[in-house]
Write a protein that binds this ligand. Sequence first.
Ligand SMILES: C[S@@+](CC[C@H](N)C(=O)[O-])C[C@H]1O[C@@H](n2cnc3c(N)ncnc32)[C@H](O)[C@@H]1O
Length: 269
Amino acid sequence: MTVEEQKPFVMRDDEMGRLDGLHTLCMMMGNDQLHWAPLSAPRRVLDLGCGKWMQDFARLNPETKITGLDLEPSISGPNIETVIGDLEKPWPVQPGFDYIHTRWLIGCLSDWKKFFKQCYDNLDSGGWFEILDIGFPCQSADGTLKGDSHLEKWNNLLIEAANLSGRSLTAAKDFGRILEEVGFSNVSVERSRLPMNPWAKNPNERAMGEIALPIHKACYERLGHDFFCTNLKMAPKDVDADLPFVWKEMEDTEIHAWWPIYVVYGQKL
Ligand SMILES: C[S@@+](CC[C@H](N)C(=O)[O-])C[C@H]1O[C@@H](n2cnc3c(N)ncnc32)[C@H](O)[C@@H]1O
């Protein structure tokens, strides 16, 4: 069995460009900061499911030693070490990190409590853990995303199919509570929104929507194929037949939809 078959969310070559776009979006959401947790000169940092963030953090913090843990790590740098490992198994790293960072893992993991406990156990006292992730489904405040739309149908099917696979797409709203349950203190939850397309009047949100639209379209294509074909036993041709209707709605700036983004961090005392 290939890594991709075991773990459906391992990155494919054509997805690396999308991760650059997601990184840009995170920087726009965070006013160009790479973290929300109040860090002070961390010595050892761990990035779980590693990517562009680790590269930038390592460049800006040359004195910090960064470890990236991933099924297939692809980033390197003078103060970076990469470790091949599965986040759902014991991690082959030396504990005692000052900061553990992760993002965009929704749909990859089945047991968030176990994962957060492992983060807690791998931190030094005083260290911070931080996660940024997306919540499903997308929503609109003004009713422009209609209940009978193709997009809403896909939202519901994606959530159902992901639940059947045991890898929830709606877990992010519970991250703050789960962090407290596993022992984290000073837990902070910040919620912002990632627009579907450039519908917003606010220039920053509008620019984010411009960058995000092709990413959302490609993600729905991949999620549809992975989740619908595997868990709902849909034929790939039926997914492909429906997709243009979903994409058309995604492009429609009369639909004022967004996905909630959660930035959650907590400290091990
Ligand atoms: C959507 S990417 C996000 C990458 C990075 N955090 C970023 O922001 O650019 C998800 C990453 O998690 C990794 N991943 C997914 N499931 C994993 C698992 N069970 N164990 C280790 N890595 C995993 C993938 O290989 C991929 O690199």
